[in-house]
Design a binder for this molecule. Structure first.
Ligand code: NAP
Ligand code: MG
Length: 396
């Protein structure tokens, strides 16, 4: 049995991913590792019961212990309020965690030989570095009931105001206020350059500074500043290029290029583009995702959601063929990092073995339904999640 020195933060979630979370632990982890974890239940019922305090507590625990692993969670909305009989609606738990931890989410496709990317020119993986703070994920928005003036007002510490007209609205409509922080953008740029130098990848950053001259313009400015003043020399000696372009141009180039770079994306672009990338790489479940905070904490997660439709079928008694690979890789990422930080090479080696057992299982022709549709050669057998996990355990 492999021992752990320091616990990791275990953040449980919802629906189908919660069901599989327990199966992964039971079949692939606890038989081999004496798991030490601090458990936080971010299932929607417990978030509601605790007035969402548990989410902030989980973030603080990740800060304290340095490594966390997170299951997918429901972001509540009106329909979920009825479904789960909730007292209140809370912001997305991911947005709350990211706002507290700050930093950058790195997302990388998980490659297997039997799945070719849908974009035939891609030869090397594209990694997304998604800024994890602010913008639309920490917005203030309002419905405007009728004609009137909408303004931005900034009041400094001395009470001096600065105003800017957003719109003289002729009738009802909507308005939204976004913000970001220079320091957070600077840390975003730093994390991206550090990651790219470590992995020897070019860095692309894209925004829409032609339209948003101040907001997106500031992102571009800070990225350039951080590159010029802190990383240019290191990038040049490691052969890492930095390239800025407009977001629409970046999208066009990504689809024609051969991959092999880090694509630094603003928060929303990273949300959308990482799902595109995962899907083009086979499945939303074939992607790793880790939040790297400037304080040195790491939170590993599955980038997909709770797979709601599969959960409803599971509740009716069906053994669904939901792909658990991203959940498994969230655990292996966290355990490998824990091993590295604690000086426990056994733990890190175990995580790597579990990853290769997972990939080998798929490459030897046993997989879940999402991959079966795309695999070449055709799979030997399409498994439900339970049998697939058992097959990995056998290999392990
Ligand atoms: P989703 O759970 O990612 O699922 C969307 C569709 O993608 C599924 O219906 C399924 O397609 C496919 N899919 C995703 N993960 C899969 C897997 N592991 N194996 C096989 N197929 C997979 O997104 P959603 O249905 O939009 O959202 C459900 C809930 O998750 C929402 O409440 C949302 O708030 C939450 N969410 C959480 C996170 C997070 O915590 N990181 C992220 C996104 C969404 P088929 O039905 O065609 O099989
Ligand atoms: Mg998303």
């Amino acid at each position: 049995m492999i021992q752990m020195k320091t616990p990791i933060v275990e953040i449980d979630g919802d629906e189908m991913t919660r069901v599989l979370w327990a199966v992964v632990k039971d079949r692939l982890l606890t038989p081999f590792v004496n798991l030490k974890s601090e458990y936080y239940d971010l299932g929607i019922e417990n978030r509601d019961k605790t007035g969402d305090k548990v989410t902030a507590e989980a973030a603080d625990a990740v800060k304290k212990l340095g490594v966390g692993v997170k299951c997918a969670t429901i972001t509540s909305n009106a329909a979920r309020k009825v479904e789960y009989n909730l007292k209140n609606l809370y912001p997305s738990p991911n947005a709350t965690l990211r706002a507290i931890l700050d930093g950058t989410v790195f997302r990388k496709p998980i490659e297997v030989s039997c799945i070719k990317p849908s974009v035939s020119t891609w030869k090397k993986p594209i990694v997304i570095g998604r800024h994890a703070y602010g913008d639309v994920y920490k917005n203030a928005e309002m419905r405007i009931p009728g004609a009137g003036k909408v303004e931005l007002v900034y009041t400094n510490a001395d009470g001096v105001e600065k105003r800017l007209l957003v719109a003289d609205m002729p009738g009802a409509g909507i308005v939204q206020g976004l913000h970001n922080l220079d320091e957070s953008i600077r840390n975003f740029a730093r994390s991206c350059f550090l990651y790219a130098i470590n992995e020897k990848l070019a860095v692309w950053f894209a925004a829409k500074d032609t339209i948003s001259k101040i907001y997106d313009g500031r992102f571009k400015e800070i990225f350039n500043e951080v590159y010029e003043t802190e990383f240019k020399a290191k990038c040049e000696t490691s052969g890492v290029d930095y390239f800025y372009t407009l977001i629409d141009d970046a999208v066009a180039r990504v689809v024609k290029g051969e991959g092999g770079f880090l694509w630094a994306c603003k928060n929303y672009d990273g949300d959308v583009m990482s799902d595109m990338l995962a899907s083009a790489s086979g499945s939303l479940a074939m992607m790793t995702s880790v939040l790297v905070s400037p304080s040195g904490a790491f939170e590993y997660e599955a980038a997909h959601g709770t797979v709601q439709q599969h959960f409803y079928r599971y509740k009716k008694g069906e053994k669904t063929s939901t792909n658990p690979v991203a959940l498994i890789f969230a655990w292996t990422g966290a355990l490998a990092k824990r091993g590295e930080l604690d000086g426990s090479p056994e733990l890190t080696a175990f995580a790597k073995k579990l990853e290769s057992a997972t990939l080998q299982t798929i490459e030897s022709g046993f997989m879940t339904g999402d991959l079966a549709k795309l695999a070449e050669p055709k799979p030997k057998e399409v498994f439900d999640s339970w049998r697939f996990i058992d097959k990995i355990a056998e290999k392990l």
